[in-house]
Each structure stands twice: as C-alpha cells, then as structure tokens.
Design a protein around this ligand. Structure first.
Ligand code: FAD
Length: 412
C-alpha cells in the first residue's frame, strides 16, 4: 500500500502536475529516447509526431494522481495498459527505465518546486503502479503460455490469402508457419505485426482480428494510411503490408491481446449496437459475426459509416451475415456518396450518424454500444451517446492509437 505521507503529497501536487502534464510527458519522451534509444521499438513514432502519445500519458498520469485514494476506478485503465504492454512484449525490467526518466522530466519542468520529498513520493507512487501492471502482465503472459496454441513473443505466420476489401482496405489471412494450432481469441482482440524487413522490423503495429474466432487462420484488415499533408510520409507499416507483402510472405505475429471484447454469454439478450467508422469496422465485425455464429438472441444493430462505396469495406460480408436473420439490422451511412451510389441505392442514409439516426434506428435506451473508428468519428459518437444519456457502463470503445479520455473527447 502507499504510505499516508505519499498520498498526501500526491494530492497536494496534483493541480501543479495537471497544469504541466503535457510539458512533463513531452520532456519525458525526449530524454528517454535520447538516453535509452532501444526503448523506441515499443513506441509508434508517428504518435510522437502527432502529440497523441504524450497527451495520452499526461491524461494517464493525471488520472492516477487524481484517484490516488480511489485506485479501484483505474482497473479498466490498468487492464488496457497491461494488454497493450503484453502485445508489445514489455517486461518488468523496462519499468525502471520509464520511472527514471519520468522523475527527471518532473524535476526539469517543475524546477525548485520538485523537492526531494515530492520526488520520493512520486517515485513510490510510480513503483506501486508499476508493480500492479507487472503483476497483471505476468498473469496475461502465463495465460498465453498455458493456452492451447498460445505462445510468447513473436511467431512466424504465412500470408495464405490477400484480399482487397475496398480501395483503401486489404485483408491478410495468416496461418502459423509451424502448422500448430491457433489459440482461441476473444472477438475484439488484436494481434501485433512485425514485418520481416530489417529496416522496419523494430516497428510493431497492432491490428484487430476481423473475422470470428475458431477459424484455422487469423485475418487482419489493414487500411493503407496516406500522408495527410503533402510533406507527410505514407503510413510505414500499412503501406509495406499493402505494397510489399504478398501471398506466401512471412510476418512475425504477437499473440492476441486486448480488453475491448464482447462476451456473448454476458449479453443476457440485451440489444447490441455496433457503431463502425471506416476501418474501425474490424473488431466490430468479429464481434457481430461471433454473435450470429453462436445464434445469440440479442437484437443486433450494425451501423457502418463510410465516405462512399469505393472505400466501403465488407459490405458483402455484412449483408451475407444478416441474410435471413431478422434479429440483425444494418445501416450503411455515406457522407460523400458517388453519383452511382445514389442511383443504385448502395447506402441506406446520406450524411453522418447523428443523434436522430440513433434515436430512430436503435434501442438506445437499453442497448450496449460498441464503437470504433477514426478519432473524429469517435468524438462524434461519444458526444451523441452522452447527449442521449447512455450511461458510460453501456458504452465500449477502442481507439486505433493511444487511448484518449472519454470526457476530454466528449467535451472537445
Ligand atoms: P504510421 O507510420 O504510424 O503513420 C500514421 C500516420 O501518421 C500516417 O497518416 C502518416 O502519414 C502520419 N505520419 C507519420 N510520420 C509523420 C511525420 N513525420 N509527419 C507527419 N505525419 C506523419 N489499423 C487498421 O488498418 N486496421 C485495424 O484493424 C487496426 N486495428 C488496430 C487495433 C488497435 C488496438 C490499435 C492500437 C491500432 C489498430 N490499427 C488498425 C492501426 C494500426 O496499428 C496502425 O497504427 C496503422 O496501420 C498505421 O500504421 P502505419 O505504420 O501505416 O502508419
């Protein structure tokens, strides 16, 4: 347990740390990457460029300090962090590196205000949280080792099928090179991909499993990320997968991880609404297919927002999933339809997914919502769900990047 003195000091410094949190975390990453560059392999440098990673860490530090007397509320965040760490194969010996640079960054930014007493208290609080994470990560690694078909670290997989799903998204069907069984995964989980190119192999990325479990392959579906400004490079790993990885190619794969999952047994026939934006469909498709495969009786509402039919992935697969199933409802929403889309009736609704759409088309007062998509889409959906008074306990969501705070996002 944390000492009373440490709790009291953390409570006192929380407002000051909160006011400087992003300056501290930006400094932290800068000095850590300079001092121990080998840890860069655990971080996506594009998220450093965009500032998302320092922001996410600042929010996590503030949440920890603000809840120092009520750590139970941090349970879901600890689980998210532990799952992410296990996906990247982070080990206990990495924690002291982070702790060291965090304390230096706090000293650098807070100057004389960071007395020895304060630094000692922050060190104790950091070590306490690190041990909570390490214990949970040890459990997850043990589960991976014990599971039929499970593994630790990276395992070689062969691409046995590559399928274009839209102009932007391509699926890769992966089978283990050792021909041994695959572990079962929970729908919604992701795997980690490391490409076998010496220039890129230290840069792993997470990809959600887009098909239902119990197949003899893992399927990931990857959007090719293009540079958003003329000088910005295209996404490193997604471009490599699209352009360089062909059928017969090899990828190194980390075991399924992630806490954004849906357990069909726990639904109690309550309705489920899936809100997918673009490539955010991947974990939600796996969840929906699992519910349909298991003939779960919960009414399903599958809403997918895309720009138009050219970039709309999995429309056929979703239509096939729902055929003859009156308990599954779908809605395809295009905000920039092609002329042919309007003529052919390719979408059910033009515009964005609005509060009125959810009011009219979903049982929002009782449903559980599963949301995944680009940041702007997530922002809109979480704001709308807040407006509709959907309690946070019924809202489940995943970011394809560093986790962002729901309240910050909803009020942005
Ligand atoms: P990066 O190289 O990481 O670049 C990302 C963006 O940053 C690009 O737009 C790029 O132009 C920009 N950028 C990079 N460097 C610079 C710079 N110097 N200046 C300006 N801009 C820059 N993705 C999927 O497609 N499908 C999935 O199912 C999926 N599931 C995911 C699940 C989880 C849990 C997570 C965390 C992520 C998931 N992702 C998924 C996202 C995926 O992990 C990658 O982040 C994504 O493919 C982009 O990686 P990249 O290497 O191609 O792009």
């Amino acid at each position: 347990m944390l000492s009373e003195n440490t709790i009291s000091i953390i409570k006192t410094i929380t407002p000051l740390v909160a006011a400087n949190a992003e300056t501290i975390t930006r400094r932290f990453y800068q000095i850590m990457f300079e001092g121990d560059p080998q840890v860069k392999t655990f971080f996506n440098m594009a998220h450093q460029e965009s500032g998302q990673q320092p922001k996410a860490l600042a929010e996590a530090v503030c949440a920890y300090f603000a809840n120092i007397e009520n750590l139970g509320v941090l349970g879901p965040t600890v689980e998210l962090i532990a799952q992410k760490h296990c996906s990247l194969n982070i080990q206990p010996e990495h924690y002291p590196i982070v702790g060291k640079y965090l304390l230096i960054a706090i000293k650098d930014v807070m100057g004389d205000a960071a007395t020895d007493e304060i630094i000692n208290a922050v060190a104790e609080a950091y070590e306490f949280l690190a041990n909570v994470c390490i214990n949970r990560e040890t459990e997850i690694y043990q589960q991976h080792r014990a599971m039929t078909g499970g593994w630790l670290g990276y395992r070689k997989f062969i691409v046995w099928r590559k399928e274009e799903e839209s102009q932007e998204i391509t699926s890769f069907y992966l089978q283990p090179k050792d021909s041994q069984p695959l572990p079962n995964f929970k729908p919604g989980q992701y795997i980690t991909i490391q490409v076998d190119d010496p220039n890129l192999s230290s840069t792993p990325r997470n990809y959600s499993l887009s098909d239902s479990p119990n197949q003899d392959y893992f399927r990931i579906s990857v959007k090719k990320e293009l540079g958003k400004t003329p000088n910005a490079p295209n996404g490193m790993i997604s471009s490599y997968l699209h352009d360089e990885v062909q059928v017969g190619g090899t990828l190194s794969v980390g075991a399924p991880c992630g806490e954004f999952t849906l357990d069909p047994a726990k639904l109690n026939d309550q309705p489920v609404v899936f809100l997918a934006g673009g490539v955010g469909i991947t974990p939600l498709l796996s969840m929906a297919k699992t519910l349909v495969d298991q003939a779960v009786l919960a009414p399903i509402y599958f809403i997918h927002a895309s720009r138009n039919s050219a970039v709309h992935a999995f429309d056929n697969e979703v239509c096939k999933m729902i055929s003859d199933k009156d308990f599954v409802n779908t809605l395809f929403v295009y905000d920039d339809p092609l002329a042919a889309d309007l003529e052919d009736g390719k979408c059910d609704s033009v515009g964005y997914v609005t509060a009125d759409v959810l009011r009219d088309k979903t049982p929002y007062q009782s449903a559980n919502f599963y949301v995944c998509g680009p940041t702007e889409f997530m922002h809109q959906m979480l704001t709308i769900l807040d407006e509709l008074d959907v309690e946070p306990a019924r809202i489940h969501y995943e970011f394809f990047g560093p986790k962002q705070d729901f309240k910050t996002l909803a009020s942005a």
